[in-house]
Design a protein around this ligand. Structure first.
Ligand code: HEC
Length: 235
């Protein structure tokens, strides 16, 4: 059996006046990660539970792990590394930098006689430590020689469009601010315009406090920031 893990210390401080808040992370006080983070892929003997080998990853390891009958294991880490390990001893046989946190599933499939490996890279999930990156589907083919293409950035430009902003909001912001901006681990944004105007909202998204991840230039480009700012201004 092969499992991934996160190895990251944090200091949790008890707050006697702590109040439970539904939909939030409730640690009973404040929570601060230490700078150093890493992960492990560990192989254990399914009969005895004895550890066979372990492979240290540069970032926390939360992606799917895909063992194969071919004797290799596919997985990735939060620092964007995709890796192929030898099932027998955990030694890496191939690694690549995907450019975004690898936090989703990793699959392999056969099509017209050729084997492929597909994975997601880049994410905005609130449970993946604020790491972002343009959400991208990466597909490797066995025997290929090409390099990974650079992420495509939209260069279209138009007046701030709240309808487009609503789509961005549900994909990128809702995880923290709630589907209807009612609040979650981030504050509720209804009535935002009363305390923050359009320009200040754009500025905030471009330079948020340490509690909110920086989402520019990826996954949000200049236009996407304007659109989503127009949307939240109307809440
Ligand atoms: C990973 C969680 C997370 C994501 C994703 C996120 N935010 Fe936030 N946001 C926060 C937190 C936490 C705060 C409160 C920061 C503070 O108080 O320092 C915040 C604060 C804000 C504020 C200031 C609110 C106020 O009343 O002062 C705005 C505006 C905002 N976010 C907009 C957005 C928009 C728009 C998006 C999507 C493009 C977004 N946020 C994505 C966590 C998030």
């Amino acid at each position: 059996m092969v499992v991934g893990s996160v190895d990251w210390c944090a200091t949790i401080t008890v707050d006697e006046k702590f109040e439970y808040k539904p939909g939030s992370f409730n640690f009973g006080g404040s929570f601060k990660f230490h700078e150093q983070s890493r992960g492990w892929v560990v192989a254990v003997d399914a009969d005895t539970g004895a550890e066979r080998w372990k492979y240290e990853t540069a970032g926390p390891q939360v992606s799917g792990i895909t063992p194969t009958a071919g004797g290799v294991i596919f997985a990735g880490d939060m620092k964007g590394n995709f890796f192929v390990l030898d099932s027998a001893n955990g030694k890496p046989v191939y690694t690549a930098q995907t450019g975004g946190a690898v936090a989703g599933g990793v699959i392999t499939y056969l099509r017209e006689g050729k084997q492929y490996v597909a994975l997601t890279s880049g994410n905005v999930s609130r449970i993946t430590f604020g790491v972002v990156g343009s959400p991208t589907l990466v597909i490797y083919g066995l025997g290929g020689t090409g390099t990974a293409p650079a992420a495509v950035e939209s260069v279209s430009s138009h007046l701030p469009d709240p309808a487009l902003g609503a789509v961005t909001f549900s994909k990128v912001c809702a995880a923290c601010h709630g589907g209807k901006a009612e609040g979650g681990i981030g504050p509720g944004l209804t009535g935002l315009a009363q305390r923050m105007d359009f320009a200040a909202t754009v500025q905030w998204i471009e330079n948020p406090s340490a509690k909110m991840p920086k989402l520019t230039p990826s996954p949000l480009n200049v236009q996407a920031v304007q659109d989503v700012a127009a949307y939240v201004q109307g809440l």
